[in-house]
Design a protein around this ligand. Sequence first.
Ligand code: AN7
Length: 356
Amino acid sequence: MQLTRKGLWAGLINEFREHLPEISDDAITTLHEGNTPLIEMVNLRDIFGAIRVLFKFEGLNPTGSFKDRGMTFAVSKAREEGAKAVICASTGNTSASAAAYAARAGMKAYVLVPDGQIALGKLSQAMMHGALVLQIKGNFDEALEIVRKISEERPVTLVNSVNPYRIEGQKTAAFEVVEHLGYAPTYHFLPVGNAGNITAYWKGYKEYKAKGMISNLPKMMGFQAEGAAPIVLGHPVEDPQTIATAIKIGNPASWAGALAARDESGGFIGSVTDDEIIEAYKLVASREGVFCEPASAASIAGAIKMKNEGVLNDGDTIVCTLTGHGLKDPNTAINSSAKPVKIAADTKKILKLMGL
Ligand code: AN7
């Protein structure tokens, strides 16, 4: 049964079908991804002044990250083509999403992740969804090279964002921003790792402009972690380092796409330090009630930096994509927060501590 917009959200392939490459009904594999909220900033006026800031909270997708948008389409296409297995390299979220959608499609998932370098929530997802999880003694870039080669030689479909259907699915986030706002933002801020998402958003905005749905395009603003900033430096980084493990990537596959998004839109790709990332991560959780993962906060850290540098103007509308849910990475959350207070089960002592 195909649901429609009148009923439950039918997943982004059904909802945006007229804007996507053709796909047969039987192949559609959905967990009702997409339709994530655009949450208006209310408490950070001291930082942003008269700039309108909205958070596109992609952590509310079925597996907790934006990867589900690309994965629904990549796995559906693989299924249409008769594939029995999918493979990916991942800093965590792609593996969680690939494992879930493969399970849904009745396919095998093989995922390669850097050993000890992915957040616990993501690892638990890939394991629970029944993927074969291979923790390699190497980084993401090495894992990507290996899976690319395997997919060329063996009957497994590569579902990293070098698979063009991933980009097709992910571009729908830009459609949603436009439909929620009624126009395109002045600036769109994103964290950048493998650079698939900034490429996808730019494609989505350009398509809506070409179809007359918007009259202006946003400036695309990508932010890498300082220790993993190949696009900013202009060369690959052999041993990338950052607390934001999701974007610990030294040689992005969609490098050219990111440069095109930046240059065609008149945008910018910069870097933020781990301290700036953690500060933004805590700020949006503690003052806006929105819990994203550290890598996601690179978009907010970038927006704060641009505000402080005088790039943004009063009256601008800016959207920051929060790519993944904070629950993905409980260790970083706990390590960067005040410790809970241990206390006796004694009302008097508790009240004293509370200052009441
Ligand atoms: C939360 O899961 O590359 O620039 O293998 O998980 O499109 O790569 C994750 C990337 C941002 C960067 N925020 O997006 C993977 C992976 C979060 C992410 C990015 C990722 P791209």
